[in-house]
Design a protein around this ligand. Structure first.
Ligand SMILES: Cc1cc2nc3c(=O)[nH]c(=O)nc-3n(C[C@H](O)[C@H](O)[C@H](O)COP(=O)(O)O)c2cc1C
Length: 187
């Protein structure tokens, strides 16, 4: 039997009550049910300044090294993120940019992404569910050398989509999420 795909998963919103954080939990569970090993992280636990070369020159922040270690240890990324003004969030972009900087041994940080898989989902109270942001996020991940699963999922009216226990109320919506996850894991 092949070893399970190790997936590093995070939400692109830092908000505690984030809808994307809820959708992340649903997608992560779906991936686990399909046999993947999922490590859920909260970007609040890896807080970073906005990228600044002077900060890097003064000494790489410890959280960058921790995130680079996590990226090295995983085969794939799952990002569930809102769109901000039709684009990816600063939290996601900043995290990816810091990870792409040179590793502690001087080797390329970008190499940590190359050839790995990614799956992207989004949620928004708006009708389009953050779809425009996924287009930008897909492009950003592809530029880092990741293979991004062709299917993605944007959850509209996210403010009405979840029950109190964090589950998706609509079973058809859950099936769509599961379909995207299956393609990501098996495609
Ligand atoms: C700066 C900013 C820009 C936003 N731009 C968009 C947008 O372009 N499209 C959209 O659907 N929602 C937009 N929103 C609303 C977010 O989708 C909404 O706040 C959502 O709840 C954020 O995700 P979260 O619940 O995971 O924190 C924006 C919110 C902020 C704070």
């Amino acid at each position: 039997m092949s070893s399970p795909l190790k997936v590093l998963a995070f939400a692109g919103s830092l908000r505690k009550a984030s809808f994307n954080r809820k959708l992340l939990a649903v997608a992560a569970q779906a991936a686990q049910e399909e046999g993947a090993e999922v490590r859920l992280i909260d970007l609040n636990s890896y807080a970073l300044p906005i990228y600044n070369g002077d900060i890097e020159d003064a000494g790489m922040p410890e959280n960058v090294r921790k995130l680079q270690d996590l990226m090295r240890e995983h085969d794939a990324l799952m990002i569930v993120s809102p769109e901000y003004n039709g684009s990816l969030t600063a939290a996601v972009k900043n995290t990816l940019d810091w990870i792409s900087r040179p590793q502690a041994d001087g080797s390329s940080g970008g190499a940590l992404f190359k050839g790995k898989r990614a799956v992207i989902l989004s949620a928004s109270p708006g009708a389009a569910g953050g779809l425009r942001g996924l287009i930008v996020l897909r492009d950003a991940l592809a530029k880092l050398g990741l293979w991004v699963a062709p299917s993605q999922f944007a959850l509209g009216q996210a403010n009405e989509a979840f029950s109190d226990n964090g589950q998706l109320k609509d079973s058809k919506t859950l099936e769509r999420v599961k379909g995207v996850i299956r393609e990501f894991l098996n495609g």
